[in-house]
Design a protein around this ligand. Structure first.
Ligand code: GLN
Ligand code: ZN
Length: 760
């Protein structure tokens, strides 16, 4: 009989209880025992929910206290030496666990980076010369708990060995095989212990199988799964892939495992085609990832059912599992709570809980025939069509803009070399100009004020007055610190995408549509459900006010089209490229309005360009081409003397440096410090001639960087970049930091700059 499965459930809880518990604990307001108790209650509730949605195979061990990659590293005792000597073994305590993720006064946090092409960030394991040991078996704990507390015979989830290695750093290519040998016995032990505990199956996630691998890598994958079968023969492995089609279908389906899970949503149809043309081994089960685990729209269930039927003609239904395309970590918990949304839109949504129902429904459809679920299929179809036919998808200005694309300007009037001279003249900046990335601390007071205003307790006027006070205070602080290019501080913004989405047509906002971004940080992505248009200026008032308080330049601050796109849930009836151009045209109006109001530096943040990169290399050029075009469409019409800035937060810059240069921004700021200098090295063989600020300190940690540390960063950068193009700034916006930390860190940054100015 066909079964339904889930691959991972969001951790954060329906009302973000998980986040709240973590943060209370970090702030010292929750004892360790209370944290354990609260998280356990959340974990069990999630298991119960999955069971009552009718899911047959429920994942365990997908839950975490921070991040599942960190959990894997810690389970194997891979704790960098700077955190002290933990060779004694045993399960690392919570203080250490959180220090790895967040840093402490003695040691900088581990690097954090994107989980494949999603907006989830994982903690990068650092292997440097360590010897792995199994400190504890977290999966046995999770499996036992589900069984004992709820009678759920769950399926443990383990991050696959090869994916784990590929996501780690601190070893060379030549050491890969040694690391595989070192980790294999530990993986085998984890599996054997699970088997001894009674687990029949384990889900091993190997999303790297969806990236481009070479023959040697396939050889390694083979060796790993061969060895695991031999060392732990009693447990069945469901090898799970996601986010793309697998390469080498025949090689992967021939691996010595008992099941393969494939993504049937983000594969461009290739996985299905491979199954139908090559068939599927008779000794394996197939996990059909047919419900989009990353999107928020109801599925076209009729079509999905047809796909499943086609598959079941080839493969015995007993060996077919209906499941989401990936863990539901990437979608909000439940659309049921969104009662304030427009009914047509709400009707077309499916979050994690609704997706589980869809998976269970399709499994029922295969078991009992289409007629048994006809009513549900029809209802789902009606909801989807209602949105498709709504006026929000027929806005004339947006549609006209796209129709006229061929005649729009995609380049600035003059070359960068010419603009540089004009801008030098106009701005008269000192060598190594200092600036920040945009936001200043969103203190409890700021959040409180917004809350008062949102619930109507504060008038518009009262709230505006409060925001102005904040702007004024921070213009004062920045001036006193001696920064050269100021910002207004973004106090009126919650999230850099939400703020713009709220002002643009075509966007909708959920009350509780949160997803985890990293650690306890959650974001509530807007939903782009209709055509995008700008009706009134979004940022002009605050920026002009800030500029009125100072002679120094104040940068206008916008979020770019690709970031808005990549950090939103996007309608699925248009291409992402078309939606990006719609957003770009709306932003261009804002850029022009800022310039007309006298703002001469405008930063258009694109921290998410890299996130949109397809997993497969051959698809990169196409994506980068339209992403660059969208940015240029938004920024090309300003005067030469207007300085366009952009900002990105990531360290793997090398491979896309040409595209970033093609954005043609006059100045770029990039996060650096968490990659411990690797980014700077990437400039050694490249020439980047535009203005550039490589972040000189990590803003994700409360730690105050010393002046000398930042001087060293500057010196290192200036070995490869010229002082005339270099800017000094923190890694990213400061909204998550406390005021005191911010001021101390920036004071040190300005001091480091003063010293550097004397040297260069
Ligand atoms: N301007 C934004 C800020 O300072 C940029 C944030 C980001 O890059 N993620 O908060
Ligand atoms: Zn950033």
């Amino acid at each position: 009989m066909v079964q339904s499965a889930n691959l991972g459930y969001p951790r954060i809880g329906r009302g973000r209880e998980w986040k709240k518990a973590l943060e209370l604990y970090w702030a010292g307001h929750l004892k360790e025992a209370e944290l354990h108790a609260q998280l356990k209650a959340i974990r069990l509730q999630h298991l119960r929910k999955q069971r009552s949605a009718g899911i047959d195979i429920i994942p365990v061990g997908d839950f975490t206290y921070y991040d599942h990659v960190l959990d894997t590293a810690v389970m194997f005792g891979l704790i960098p030496e700077r955190f002290g000597d933990h060779a004694a073994g045993g399960k690392p305590d919570l203080a250490l666990y959180y220090a790895l993720a967040r840093g402490n006064q003695a040691a900088a946090a581990c690097e954090m980076t994107k989980w494949f092409n999603t907006n989830y960030h994982y903690i990068v394991p650092e292997l440097n010369g360590l010897t792995p040991t199994l400190t504890h078996n977290r999966l046995v704990d999770a499996y036992r708990e589900a069984k004992n507390e709820l009678g759920i015979d769950g399926r443990p989830v383990l991050l696959g060995l090869y994916t784990f290695l590929k996501l780690s750093k601190g070893y060379t290519e030549a050491e890969t095989d040694r690391w595989i040998e070192a980790l294999l016995p530990l993986y085998a032990q984890v599996l054997r212990e699970l088997e001894a505990e009674g687990a029949a199956w384990v889900q091993i996630d190997e999303p790297v199988l969806c990236t481009s691998l070479d023959a040697a890598e396939y050889g390694r994958i083979n060796r790993i799964y061969d060895a695991l079968r031999k060392e732990a023969p009693g447990i069945r492995i469901l090898l799970q892939t996601y986010f793309e089609a697998i390469e080498g279908y025949e090689a992967i389906t021939a691996l010595p495992v008992h099941g393969i899970g494939l993504d049937f949503v983000h594969d461009g149809g290739r996985n299905e085609q491979a199954v139908l043309t090559h068939g599927f081994p008779a000794d394996k089960v197939l996990g059909v990832g047919i419900i989009d685990g990353r999107g928020i729209w109801r599925s076209d269930l009729d079509r999905k059912l047809e796909t499943l039927q086609r598959i079941c003609e080839k493969i015995d239904a007993d060996r077919v599992i209906v499941q989401p395309s990936c863990s539901l970590l990437h979608v909000p918990v439940s659309a049921e709570q969104e009662t304030a949304l427009d009914a047509v839109l709400r009707g077309a949504l499916a979050f994690a809980d609704e997706k589980l129902e869809e998976a269970a429904l399709l499994a029922r459809g295969i078991r009992h025939g289409e007629e048994a679920i006809r009513a549900e299929l029809d209802e789902s179809q009606r909801s989807r069509q209602a949105l498709q036919q709504s006026p929000s998808r027929a806005r004339s200005e947006a549609l006209q803009g796209i129709a006229d694309l061929a005649t729009q300007p995609f380049a600035r009037a003059s070359s960068f070399a010419e603009r540089r001279e004009t801008q030098k003249e106009r701005w008269q900046l000192p060598l190594l100009p200092t600036t920040t990335i945009g936001s200043f601390p969103q203190s409890a007071e700021v959040r409180g004020a917004r809350h008062q205003w949102r619930k109507g307790a504060w008038s518009e006027q009262q709230y505006d007055g409060f925001i102005r006070e904040q702007i004024k205070r921070w213009i004062g602080i920045q001036t006193e610190l001696g920064l050269d290019v100021l910002v207004h501080g973004e106090f009126e913004r919650t999230d850099m995408v939400e703020f713009f989405g709220e002002k643009l047509a075509g966007f909708a906002f959920t009350a509780n549509g949160w997803v985890q971004s990293y650690g306890s940080r959650c974001v509530k992505p807007p939903i782009i459900y209709g055509d995008v248009e700008l009706d009134a200026p979004m940022t002009v008032e605050e920026t002009v006010y800030a500029q009125s308080l100072t002679e120094l330049p104040v940068k206008g601050m916008l979020t770019g089209p690709i970031t808005i796109l990549n950090w939103s849930f996007v309608r699925d009836d248009l291409s992402r490229e078309e939606v990006a151009y719609q957003i770009a045209l709306a932003l261009r109006k804002e850029v022009e309005a800022l310039e007309a109001a006298g703002i001469g530096m405008i930063q258009v943040d694109e921290p998410a360009i890299r996130e949109g990169l397809p997993l497969k290399r051959e698809k990169w050029p196409h994506y980068l081409n339209w992403a660059v075009r969208a940015f240029r469409l938004a920024t090309a019409t300003v005067k030469d003397e207007t300085q366009i800035h952009t900002h990105m937060c990531y360290s793997e810059f090398n491979e896309i440096i040409d595209a970033i240069s093609a954005l043609d921004a006059d100045v770029i700021s990039i996060e650096t410090s968490r990659s411990h200098g690797e980014l700077i090295a990437s400039f050694e063989n490249k020439t980047y001639d535009k203005g550039i600020g490589l972040g000189v300190y990590d803003i994700h940690s409360p730690r105050i960087p010393a002046v000398e540390e930042m001087e060293a960063m500057i010196d290192r950068a200036l070995r490869v970049l010229s002082p005339g193009q270099f800017w000094i700034n923190p890694d990213c916006g400061l909204k998550t930091r406390k005021e005191e930390e911010t001021v101390l860190a920036l004071r040190n940054m300005v001091e480091a700059t003063r010293t550097a100015r004397q040297k260069y």
